[in-house]
Design a protein around this ligand. Structure first.
Ligand code: UD1
Length: 321
């Protein structure tokens, strides 16, 4: 089969590309390298078709969709605080860009469009866990754009017959997540801080919780969303069904890296939700999804990866390796 992965040089995208290549599929990657990195594709570079271009360019999206059976749309601005700081840019990439990919996928008559949606669509509500049938009420520009992406995909299903499935990812972490930006995911930021020998920064009191989902689980559910028949137009939670507070993350990290990790506490971030937890019964039932790597195991695997990949930054911080 032919797969197009937009954002295929990014953290989640490149892990999906690796697995597709491993399974013997033909893969095209469309990436503008605004956050993706060539080194993420180093292991598969000679086995894939790599297009350097933006989803904001309709022609690039059309060229990328040519011959595709499945389109996995992961290219996006992925940060909540960045969307608060730059709502127009997030809207342009996540909504206008997604619309381009949908139009291109429709015109190329692909079999299915799979969208990387987000748990941020639920927004802030007291009810946990989050079930897909709950009303969506995003509280950040980012959450709005991810919800609109899902709705657009469903409308393309109704109006043009484009099969689509959306997976609402819940705080994905693991190897290749870039820790170097102020907008990077919290676990990658914590690990880099530990390696640098500086205190990780917690925004708020650290009792906020997330359903941290190890990358292998997300690769698995995303590929199931392509393969499983009779689920078009559906939205699934891609989480684990367990949540961990940031304070508990710090305790676990202390155990894993063998030294006390002491954080610095700063004021909470605007646009943040407090708690997040997925109900994954629908994904279990209809996609046959079963998270294979739990949080603690995922954290260990991730720490192992960071301490090798970022070994140079830890050279001056003894006791961390
Ligand atoms: C994350 C994803 C988003 C995804 C969503 C799904 C990233 C960058 N964002 O958003 O793409 O759609 O999950 O649920 O992966 N925090 C700190 N210190 C830091 C960084 C963050 O305390 O250095 C806190 C934040 O204030 C927040 C929590 O950690 O309370 C999680 O933040 P973050 O990793 O940015 O993820 P989300 O905003 O939940």
């Amino acid at each position: 089969m032919n797969y197009l992965v937009t954002g295929g040089a990014g953290f989640i995208g490149s892990n999906i590309v690796d697995e597709l290549v491993r399974r013997g599929h033909r893969v095209t990657v469309l990436d503008d390298f605004s956050s993706g990195k060539e080194e993420n594709l180093a292991g598969v570079r000679d086995k894939i078709r790599l297009l350097r271009g933006s989803i904001c360019d309709l022609q690039a999206a059309q060229e990328a969709c040519r011959g595709a059976d499945y389109v996995l749309h992961l290219a996006a601005r992925t940060s909540v605080p960045r969307s608060v700081a730059e709502p127009l840019d997030t809207n342009r990439v996540n909504i206008d860009g997604t619309l381009n990919v949908l139009v291109a996928a429709r015109d190329a008559e692909v079999r299915r469009f799979v969208f990387a949606a987000s748990s941020s669509a639920y927004g802030e509500s007291e009810t946990l866990p989050k079930v897909e049938t709950m009303p969506s009420a995003p509280i950040s520009p980012y959450g709005v754009t991810k919800l609109v992406g899902e709705i657009y995909a469903q409308v393309f299903g109704r109006v043009y017959g484009l099969e689509n499935v959306s997976i609402r990812y819940f705080n994905v972490f693991g190897p290749r997540q870039d820790p170097t930006s102020q907008y990077s995911g919290v676990l990658s930021r914590f690990m880099l801080a530990v390696l640098q020998g500086v205190p990780p920064v917690v925004f708020g009191d650290g009792f906020q919780s997330r359903d941290f989902t190890y990358i292998d689980n997300v690769v698995d559910i995303t590929l199931r969303a392509c393969e499983v028949p009779s689920v078009p137009g559906k939205v699934f939670n891609g989480g684990t069904g367990e949540r961990t507070t940031l304070n508990d993350v710090l305790k676990l990290l202390s155990q894993i890296c063998g030294k006390q990790v002491v954080a610095k506490y700063d004021p909470p971030r605007t646009g943040d939700i407090l708690h997040s937890l997925a109900d994954i019964s629908s994904a279990r039932k209809l996609l046959g999804y079963n998270p294979r790597v739990n949080f603690e195991e995922g954290l260990r695997l991730t720490w192992d990866w960071y301490r090798h990949a970022y070994a140079s930054v830890s050279a001056s911080a003894p006791g961390t390796r």
